[in-house]
Write a protein that binds this ligand. Structure first.
Ligand code: HSE
Length: 313
């Protein structure tokens, strides 16, 4: 049987929670923003192909594709009694690589989720998430779960990675619109991480802790004003924003429109901006389309949080 599995795009960091907070995105127009994997049985081995609007940005050899690597990694861990015939996989690449929208995480989550479903659920949810995080680490140079966890589980996820708990869902503001704008240039996460200092001053560490604590508290209390004030990225944004043409100007313009907060999605260059007012969301998207988007590959979208995460479609 031929089945297709989808994993949504994500905003990692969400302003206040570098490496520890992420949310899944669902465009309000009902379209899907994320990669999919089609899976079916075949005679033997792994047959692999790529389709979709961003196919041309991926390496031609299957061995260099992260979805192919994930499938092999999964098979190597699969108990022998679960193994059946071969599998045919098609990755439908809907997200641009190096966009800050969790493009690699979306491929990883869709593939590992699809494999687990196809082979009769041999692994638990936590085991799957650990595999997904390990793969994300291979691509970006360090293990972080703030894309894979929300893409897998949906909603907004806080990474605990404490004791045996990996992540916990956090309530999100149901009436917020997340306006995203991808300017059409690729920035590799590994390079954007290399821009960050090895060490931070004590005052910066305290400010990071304060902002994240305030944002999580505000999310539980439904305190919009506090949440917006706490969405300040003191760890990454100061070092990354110079690599994103027009980011500083966009943030100033979006503030004038009345947006609650603006930040870099993941390691960029996608920008996100939030509001609870549908008219302001439209105005922000128009401004970004006219001023921040750079070429034919750029796009913008007005989104809500996707509560569902990885799923069959
Ligand atoms: N938290 C990671 C970073 C997310 O900002 O480097 C990368 O998508």
């Amino acid at each position: 049987m031929n089945q297709t599995f989808y994993a949504p795009a994500t905003i990692a960091n969400v302003g206040a929670g570098f490496d520890l907070l992420g949310l899944a995105l669902a465009p309000v127009d009902g379209s899907l923003l994320g990669d999919s994997i089609r899976i079916e049985e075949c005679e033997k081995g792994i047959e692999f192909s790529v389709a979709g609007p961003w196919k041309h940005k991926l390496p031609v050899e299957p061995e260099s594709n992260i979805a192919w690597q994930c499938a092999n990694y999964f098979l190597a861990r699969l108990p022998a009694r679960k193994k059946t015939a071969g599998i045919r996989l098609e990755l439908i690449k809907n997200l641009p690589v190096g966009s800050g929208l969790g493009s690699s995480a979306s491929s990883i989550v869709a593939t590992i989720f699809a494999m687990n479903q196809h082979f009769g659920l041999p692994f638990s949810s936590d085991q799957l998430l650990l595999m997904m995080g390990e793969f994300e680490g291979r691509v970006s140079g360090s293990v972080h779960y703030d894309n894979v966890a929300p893409s897998f589980h949906g909603g907004m996820q806080l990474l605990l990675q404490t004791g045996n708990r990996i992540c916990e869902p956090v309530p999100w503001f149901k009436d917020w619109f997340w306006v995203i704008a991808y300017p059409g240039i690729a920035l590799a996460t590994s390079e954007m991480r290399a821009l960050l200092p090895e060490r931070y001053e004590r005052a910066v560490a305290i400010e990071y802790g304060r902002n994240l604590a305030a944002f999580i508290h505000a999310s539980y209390r439904n305190d919009v004003e506090l949440a917006a004030a706490a969405m300040k990225d003191v760890l990454a944004e100061p070092f990354r924003s110079p690599s994103i043409p027009g980011f500083i100007e966009a943030r100033t313009a979006l503030k004038e429109i009345g947006m609650l907060a603006t930040g870099i999605s993941g390691s960029g260059p996608t920008l996100f901006s939030v509001t609870d007012d549908p008219q302001k969301a439209e105005m922000a998207e128009t401004w970004l389309s006219e001023n921040f988007l750079k070429n034919d590959e750029s796009f913008s979208s007005i989104c809500r949080v996707d509560p569902r995460g990885a799923r069959i479609i």
